[in-house]
Design a protein around this ligand. Structure first.
Ligand code: GLN
Length: 194
């Protein structure tokens, strides 16, 4: 049985938990979902979700608890949303501890003050999808020499969703919608691997 861990260090966790369960039911996938806090719990996960929150805080805890090492050693796929996307990047415009699993450069709070938080319809995986952006980051660039990188969505001239191997980074918050599309996709990607 597949186990998906929702990293529970800081930020919104329960919404991802509920969405992952709902998505699994929808596609009839047998999975367990668990909130995880330590490298020890993460070791046994087949996928990890890193939620929105404060990426500097989450990044410090990830490093201190050697969660980064476990994810890298075990090659565990990560879905990172908002702060989670920041953490997946190799580089950001701020000096902070990162997981650095994806060859992308991210700008934090990319949408400025007046658009700090907003909702807008976006297109992803051939579907229209409700994008919920909260002090959202955007992908400024990615390593175009890597052919394992796939842009999944752009909005307003910015890349807002990208995948490299089994890692997926999103500027927005799929867990704050009613739409399970992205969680379903992440589960299916993990199932392909197992
Ligand atoms: N701007 C935040 C950060 O970089 C992310 C905001 C969010 O996760 N909603 O940590």
């Amino acid at each position: 049985m597949i186990k998906i861990g929702i990293l529970n260090l800081q930020g919104a966790v329960s919404e991802h938990y509920d969405m992952t369960k709902k998505a699994a039911e929808k596609i009839n996938a047998e999975i367990t979902v668990e909130a995880v806090r330590y490298a020890e719990d993460i070791k046994t996960c087949d996928g990890i979700i890193i939620s929105g929150g404060e990426s500097t805080v989450i990044g410090k805890l990830i490093a201190r608890r050697e969660i980064d090492k476990t994810i890298k050693d075990k090659n565990i796929p990560v879905l990172g949303t908002c702060a989670g996307m920041v953490l997946l990047a190799k580089k950001t415009d701020f000096n902070q501890p990162l997981l650095g699993l994806m060859d992308i450069t991210v700008k934090r709070n990319a949408y400025g003050r007046q658009k700090d938080s907003f909702e807008a319809p976006i297109k992803i995986l051939n579907h229209e999808y409700p994008g919920v952006f909260i002090r959202a980051p955007a992908i400024k660039s990615y390593d175009k020499t890597k052919n394992d990188i796939k842009v999944l969505s752009e909005f307003d001239g910015e890349i807002i969703a990208i995948q490299q191997k089994d890692n997926i980074a999103l500027s927005f918050h799929p867990e704050l919608t009613e739409n399970t599309l992205i969680h379903e996709y992440f589960i299916k990607e993990i199932m392909k691997k197992i």
